[in-house]
Design a protein around this ligand. Structure first.
Ligand SMILES: [Zn+2]
Length: 334
């Protein structure tokens, strides 16, 4: 029997720019009717004109598919009330990268104490704050340490919707229920994998990402949230394409999961006898939390085994070579 999802959404994806954008955007737009497209481009999407230009370039790259790109503005600590108010009606939220912790985030915010005036404006304008929540500490502890920052922000700005992006730890999972205004996205790879997939055998660069994959205990905490149908979690793939050369020789962080997302999620939910909860995880929760009205389009998965190709263009996908049980109807073969 086919599996039909109503208006699935990917609440965290990297579509990049130029040729890469044109190549990867269709994988996302075929499986999802909308996506939160991250603004860590070069230069970052940190002003109204760049927001408009980037949104237009995504729309062009997906062609005729009904698809809404939701582009949050890259945080600047000199954002003013006038600037944010002027773009309020087309602004989805603001994305905060603490400085230097992930791809193209060197322009992120170094001193968190300096951000509070902007957070006050975001709260007043009811604009969500999306956060890559890691400190510059030891890699396995960065997110755990950052929970104190989340706590400070959520307490100081109780009406600000705070989204913890791509949570990967027990500590973040447990923190979710401490404040009404805190929500989270979870990726496919943090839900299904651990650091052993990177380092447990021969080094596998295609599972290397930030936040780094964690322990089985951390992964199980995320699985518990998903299995419980927690209403404050949303699917956000953090699919992040790099060329095979960049992955192998430059240590680029990020997993390209876009071509396999819904098939792998369907397997996970089916294996845990939860298929009836997939709709909430990939769409309903996000629509409620963000008050979205996305394009209405069904995405159908067929129970048909297929093999993930070794590469798409110059990019090696996650799960290359794996046999998957569900296939998205009308998805490209390669
Ligand atoms: Zn990301």
């Amino acid at each position: 029997m086919n599996l039909t999802l109503n208006s699935p959404l990917d609440m965290h994806v990297h579509l990049r720019q130029d040729d890469m954008l044109r190549f990867v955007a269709p994988f996302t737009a075929q499986q999802f009717v909308g996506a939160v497209c991250m603004p860590n481009t070069l230069p970052p999407v940190d002003r109204a004109d760049r927001l408009d230009a980037y949104t237009a370039s995504i729309r062009k790259a997906v062609g005729d598919l009904s698809f809404d790109p939701y582009v949050p503005l890259f945080f600047r600590d000199d954002l003013t009330r006038e600037e944010l108010t002027a773009m309020r009606d087309r602004l989805f939220g603001v994305k905060l990268y603490p400085a230097g912790v992930t791809t193209n985030s060197d322009a992120g915010v170094a001193e968190l104490g300096k951000i509070e005036p902007v957070l006050d404006i975001l709260q007043d304008l009811d604009l969500p704050l999306l956060v890559h929540g890691e400190t510059n500490g030891y890699s396995h502890d960065r997110e755990r340490e950052f929970v104190a920052v989340y706590d400070h922000i959520a307490t100081t700005f109780p009406r600000l919707r705070l989204i913890m992006e791509h949570i990967s730890t027990v500590e973040a999972a447990e923190f979710l229920d401490k404040h009404d205004n805190v929500f989270a996205t979870i990726t496919l790879h943090h839900l299904c994998h651990t650091l052993d997939d990177v380092l447990g055998g021969p080094f596998n660069p295609f599972y290397f990402c930030k936040p780094i994959l964690k322990s089985p205990r951390d992964r199980d905490a995320l699985q518990s949230l998903v299995k419980a149908g927690h209403p404050k979690i949303m699917f956000g793939s953090d699919s992040a394409p790099h060329t095979e050369v960049a992955k192998r020789t430059e240590g680029a962080a990020g997993c390209f999961t876009a071509p396999v997302l819904l098939p792998c999620l369907a397997e996970f939910f089916e294996d845990h006898d939860l298929l009836d909860q997939l709709q909430a995880f990939v769409s309903d929760n996000a629509q409620r939390i963000y008050r979205l009205d996305p394009p209405r389009r069904d995405v159908v998965l067929e129970p048909r085994t297929w093999t993930v190709p070794p590469r798409y263009g110059s990019i090696v996908p996650m799960n290359a070579g794996a046999h998957l049980r569900w296939k998205v109807q009308n998805a490209p073969e390669e």
